[in-house]
Design a protein around this ligand. Structure first.
Ligand code: GLV
Length: 378
């Protein structure tokens, strides 16, 4: 991987090695993708102050995330279908995160189940929860996360209705894939991907199959989710979840300051400022635009995490400068997973680590705690 110098290089490899429908599932956003583009454009518009003749020989990226030590302020975000990007994708992404000393979040919509991952990694991981209509199933799912010793529950609050992703419809995205002629030609040019996925433990939603009625013959992801996701979800349900889940609770998908205030009252320890990577409300502000006001209003009451458009260590520095405590990456590591498996995820983390270290040096900063808006040219 010597020629891989940035996340975009991993993205190019991902595009070459993984069938189009799964690459697009990860890479694309909803509707006109305005919010997807705004996430990147607004980050790129933030400029740093270049500082010189400061001793930066003792730079240190270590920090704590929800009270736990971490090697850097980075978390692998929950992403569905990792096992379709690479065989056993959830297990290998979790291993790469743990080797790097940062948290991994397993999605409800994963291919490997909670139990598969727990049996194959060394340390606890975070579990992301979608609330579905069948509350008995959700209670059992939380209990499975407790039994697997998951160290935090990430409740996603911004996907009770689904923003349409045009690419998924055009590509006929299904899990497991249906064998049409055009897909056959696409798969035929990606033999390593086919072999890896065939060797993997599963090819459909491991947390759901056999646990939820009607998921044994799952075909269209969108059709299924449209019927199962619970549009009644509201703040009272957060109390219900807290009555079952005894550990750390993180609310993911807060973009509005009033919702931030509610989140602070809910008893959750942290929130993630996120617009779901531009995959949900097209036309919503970028995550980085929403961040400062939420930090000002609730930052003293909760830990504020950031997600949306992070592709570099410079982006992590930008979000930290505006008050985030740590950043989540989604696409950035999925490109590594699709492009190069476990080594690819490790490479993605390493790229961001080195970029952050260099950016801190060139801004005259030695520790994560020192990063605030003084590093910005505004
Ligand atoms: C699910 O979280 C998705 O964005 O596809």
């Amino acid at each position: 991987m010597k020629h891989i110098t940035c996340i975009e290089d991993l993205r190019q490899l991902h595009m070459r090695r993984v069938p189009r429908m799964f690459f697009d599932y990860a890479d694309r956003g909803s509707y006109s993708e305005d919010t997807l583009r705004a996430n990147r454009a607004d980050l790129e518009a933030i400029k740093f102050r270049q500082r010189v003749l400061v001793d930066v020989s003792k730079r240190d990226l270590s920090t704590t995330i929800l009270g736990e030590p971490a090697s850097m302020p980075l978390i692998l975000a929950p992403v569905g279908l990792l096992g379709m990007q690479h065989g056993d994708g959830e297990i290998i992404a979790c291993r790469a995160a743990q080797a790097a000393g940062i948290p991994f979040t397993l999605s409800t919509m994963s291919i490997c189940s909670i139990e598969d991952v727990a049996a194959n990694v060394a340390k606890p991981f975070w579990f992301q929860l979608y609330v579905m209509k069948d509350r008995g199933f959700i209670k059992a799912l939380i209990e499975r996360a407790i039994a697997a010793k998951c160290s935090a529950l990430v409740l996603t609050v911004d996907l009770q209705v689904i923003g349409q992703r045009h690419a998924d419809i055009k590509n006929g995205m299904t899990v497991p894939p249906e064998w049409t002629l055009s897909k056959f030609f696409d798969f035929a040019t990606k033999p390593a991907w086919v072999a890896g996925v065939l060797r993997g433990k599963r090819r459909t939603f491991g947390n759901l199959v056999g646990h939820l009625k009607g998921t044994d013959d799952i075909t269209a992801l969108a059709a299924w989710t449209a019927t199962q996701f619970d549009t009644t979800l509201n703040w009272k349900d957060v109390d219900w979840i807290r009555s079952i889940w005894p550990g750390k609770l993180i609310l993911k998908g807060i973009l509005d300051v009033e919702d931030g205030n509610e989140a602070a009252k809910s008893g959750a320890q942290a929130l993630v400022v996120s617009n779901h990577g531009g995959r949900q409300l097209d036309g919503a502000p970028s995550s980085i635009e929403a961040l400062p006001e939420i930090v000002d209003t609730v930052g003293s009451r909760m830990e504020i995490l950031f997600d949306g458009g992070v592709r570099s260590g410079q982006d992590v520095m930008r979000a930290l400068a505006l008050g985030a405590k740590s950043c989540m990456i989604g696409r950035a590591y999925v490109h590594g997973l699709g492009g190069g498996g476990e080594a690819g995820v490790a490479k993605a983390i390493d790229i961001i680590r080195n970029e952050l270290l260099t950016t801190m040096g060139l801004c005259g900063v030695n520790t994560i705690a020192e990063i605030d808006d003084h590093v910005l040219a505004i």
